[in-house]
Design a protein around this ligand. Structure first.
Ligand code: CTP
Length: 397
């Protein structure tokens, strides 16, 4: 799909720069031409020689290099490409882009280009979550800059959380989507994610341990393939992805209303860990200690959002995918759940505490379809998401 496409790849300074080498290889395997630009900081992590050897062409790094200007001016360099990709994109590069700086070759190219720009941010988790980076990201996406990642996981600095650069294949998928619209262009996909909070009174609620990480990764992967994604999320602990329509809800009842409001969709994926029960007649005032002994909470069953949508006679999405969080006899329970709820596929995972899956960075799933059960190898939630998104694209044709 990338045959004959020309990518201007800016490699920023970060430990993830080594992954840019693999990215160049993957792009060239797919027939793309890659013109590499190495920032001064990028050159501290990978050598110009390895970058140019993989790209099969000269590396540009200095704005003031007269030979470069004689060969190709920076304006021409920024316009000759079909897409400008910044990987890794550091916090500093994001700040420069958001602020419109042009004091070195990379920032000047980014200012001068008339092509779309895709960034793959990579930085320490605190830097990623810093209000300045959040502001810069909002400015950049408002300017039409596309972003892929970062993913959550163990980081080179020893911390854990979002900040790790997207994997080369995820970046390739995002490049594909940016250039071609991607295999899901024109499709609307609905994703539910995160836990729900069921109120006991105005200050207390019943919740569960879902982080929303898998649903978030999936929404991002679907958007990377070009889908218009409506992301209905409960109060998750990971931020929603860029480039999707976010509908934030608290309770199962609100989630059902948001889902029904977002239909029609070509496909719907229910990754949320919806509370099965709510407190019947939640108190309008804070329940006080003392008077009348211990409070008694009466529970009522919540609507099953997946089953409600899967069993619609009118306006049912063509593909309805559920998740099954199980702690024992995973495949048997999930297969029964698929039949009971009337969905097309179930993505089953073992959420026993020993697996570290719930709230963790990895997932090991079994995909259950009408044809049977398929075990997928344990992988990062981003990789599981990319694989599932690709299957959804295949199924929608
Ligand atoms: N689900 C839903 N609405 C609910 C409960 C679950 O949409 N009220 C969806 C989840 O998003 C998931 C699937 O149903 O896609 C299965 O969720 P899971 O918690 O595994 O199953 P339950 O229906 O809760 O069944 P059980 O508690 O018996 O395991």
């Amino acid at each position: 799909m990338l045959s004959g496409k020309h990518i201007l790849l800016i490699v920023g300074g970060g430990i993830a720069a080594y992954k840019a080498l693999d990215l160049i290889r993957r792009l060239r395997e797919r027939g793309a031409e890659v013109t590499p630009v190495l920032t001064r900081a990028g050159g501290e992590f990978v050598t110009p020689l390895s970058v140019s050897a993989l790209a099969g062409r000269k590396v540009f790094s200095d704005l003031w290099d007269l030979t470069d200007e004689a060969e190709m001016g920076h304006i021409q360099l920024s316009r000759a490409a079909d897409l400008v990709v910044v990987a890794p994109c550091t916090a500093d590069l994001m700040a420069k882009m958001a602020g419109g700086h042009a004091d070195d070759l990379a920032s000047t190219l980014l200012m001068a280009t008339d092509k779309r720009v895709l960034i793959a941010p990579a930085m320490n988790v605190r830097m990623w979550e810093h209000p300045a980076t959040r502001r810069n990201l909002a400015t950049l996406t408002g300017d039409g800059v596309l972003a892929v990642g970062p993913n959550a996981g163990d980081m080179a600095c020893g911390e854990f959380g979002p900040g790790r650069m997207a994997e080369p294949l995820e970046i390739v998928a995002a490049i594909d989507a940016a250039l071609d619209g991607g295999p899901l262009a024109g499709r609307h996909v609905l994703v539910t994610s995160g836990p729900t909070h069921e109120p006991i009174d105005p200050v207390r609620y019943i919740a569960n341990r879902s982080s929303g990480a898998q649903g978030t990764a999936l929404a991002r992967a679907l958007a990377d393939l070009g889908a218009r994604v409506t992301f209905v999320t409960g109060p998750a602990s990971v931020p929603p992805p860029q480039g999707v329509d976010v509908v934030a809800v608290e309770s199962a009842a609100e989630m059902l209303a948001a889902v029904e409001g977002a239909l029609p969709a070509d496909a719907a994926v229910f990754a949320a860990a919806v509370a099965d029960w709510r407190v019947a007649g939640a108190s309008a005032q804070k329940i006080k200690k003392g008077a009348g002994g211990l409070p008694r909470l009466e529970l009522a069953e919540n609507p099953d959002i997946l089953a409600t949508v899967a069993q619609r006679t009118e306006g049912r999405p063509r593909l309805v995918v559920g998740f099954a969080a199980e702690t024992e006899t995973v495949v048997a329970h999930a297969t029964a759940k698929r039949a009971r709820k009337g969905c097309d596929w179930i993505v089953a995972n073992d959420v026993s505490p020993g697996t570290g899956i719930m709230g963790g960075a990895e997932n090991a799933v079994t995909l259950i379809t009408a044809d049977g059960a398929e075990d997928w190898p344990r992988a990062s939630k981003a990789e599981v998401a990319a694989r599932l998104a690709a299957r959804i694209a295949e199924a929608l044709g």
